[in-house]
Design a protein around this ligand. Structure first.
Ligand code: SF4
Length: 358
């Protein structure tokens, strides 16, 4: 669970960043191509400065799996990302998460036992005309549940495509764990609000279901993106007339509708690069990515939509000390991520269905 576990190895205390960086550089030099360090876009600059590849979770996992000389994959991110890398990794590769307590509250909102209860109830109501689709921000066990039932994973970039594939089969779709990504994808595809209903995971209750319900949304959310408001966008437009506002599709529908565009981290980066010099881009997503874009796109102004509400505490857990401790303990299994064998095949099926579609 997010934030609970303590590392079995200890980050060094009292060392200056320059000393930590020097020791990390020596270890990277010693291991050469046997080591690849991945950094999600939401990681701090200090960590991103030490990684070999930066990207979203799926892109990083796929690229690491292709680097067959890399025996050790160190994933600077949160647990579900490292699990995805482990599921896609080759047999000789081990995946390590420097901070075992770096979880994702949204992923934790879809507990496998709650999912089984939900599935049983939906199946009793609608028979076997159901297909599960899970956002990659979910545990390996949830992915495996979906994969075994013919369902697929999706990312924020391809959620619409995967949802369309599922609906085209004439099935009702259980979309989890992010109710906002699911609603945004469904409404963008042209579904009416009345065709969506909600599974309230506690106490386990279906709300708003009708015969015409086509997408059942799990009631999870990202605590960072759910906090952006229409008022934030109004303030940004008033302070920066003519600005472009882009938000992540984990934001509530009313925020996505008030913005000029919505998109995944990679799509936000592409938009920042595409805009002409002199543009002002206001971005509603995690603060580390927004600040980095602001520095990298120096001929434009890139601003956070709500700076003080944009930080993900789980992403911030990884730092130079925990990265160094993980690297020094690789051979002793520091931060080793183990996905139970019984879950790997089903989870891989869910991921591979998505990759075939996209
Ligand atoms: S930003 Fe949101 S979805 Fe991403 S890791 Fe943090 S809590 Fe989870």
């Amino acid at each position: 669970m997010s934030g609970k576990a303590a590392p079995a190895w200890q980050p060094p205390r009292g060392l200056a960043d320059a000393e930590l960086e020097g020791r990390i550089a020596r270890l990277r030099g010693d291991l050469g191509e046997e080591l690849v360090i991945l950094g999600h876009h939401y990681q701090s600059d200090a960590v991103i400065g030490q990684v070999d590849l930066t990207g979203d979770s799926l892109k990083l996992s796929q690229e690491a799996a292709r680097m067959t000389r890399a025996r050790h994959i160190v994933f600077c991110g949160v647990r579900f990302m490292a699990e995805t890398a482990s599921i896609l990794a080759g047999s000789g590769q081990s995946v390590h998460l420097p901070e075992p307590g770096a979880g994702c509250p949204m992923a934790d909102m879809a507990a496998p036992d709650e999912l089984r209860t939900c599935w049983r109830e939906l199946s009793e109501r609608w028979g076997d005309k159901l297909l599960p689709v899970t956002y990659v921000n979910s545990s390996a066990e949830v992915k495996a549940f979906c994969g075994r039932r013919g369902g697929a994973a999706c990312t924020s970039a391809n959620a619409k495509k995967v949802l369309a594939w599922a609906l085209d089969q004439g099935r009702r779709v259980l979309f989890l764990p992010d109710r906002h990504l699911g609603a945004n994808a469904a409404l963008d595809l042209g579904l009416q609000p009345e065709e969506l209903c909600l599974w309230r995971r506690r106490p386990g209750k279906l709300l708003g279901a009708e015969p015409r319900s086509r997408v059942i949304l799990w009631d999870g959310y990202c605590p960072v993106h759910v906090d952006f408001t229409k008022g934030d966008i109004k303030s940004a437009r008033s302070s920066h007339p003519g600005c472009v506002v882009m938000v992540h599709p984990e934001c509530p529908r009313e925020v996505v509708e008030a913005a000029d565009a919505s998109g995944s981290t990679e799509q936000i980066i592409a938009e920042a690069e595409r805009l002409p010099a002199g543009s002002v881009l206001v971005v509603g997503t995690e603060i580390n990515l927004v600040r980095r874009l602001a520095r990298q796109c120096g001929d434009k102004t890139v601003l956070p939509l709500a700076e003080r509400r944009s930080a993900c505490p789980d992403m911030a857990r990884t730092n130079l000390g925990s990265l160094l401790a993980c690297l020094e303990g690789l051979d002793e299994g520091a931060g080793l991520v183990r996905v139970p064998a019984g879950e790997v095949e089903g989870a891989r099926q869910a991921l591979e269905r998505m990759m075939l579609l996209t």
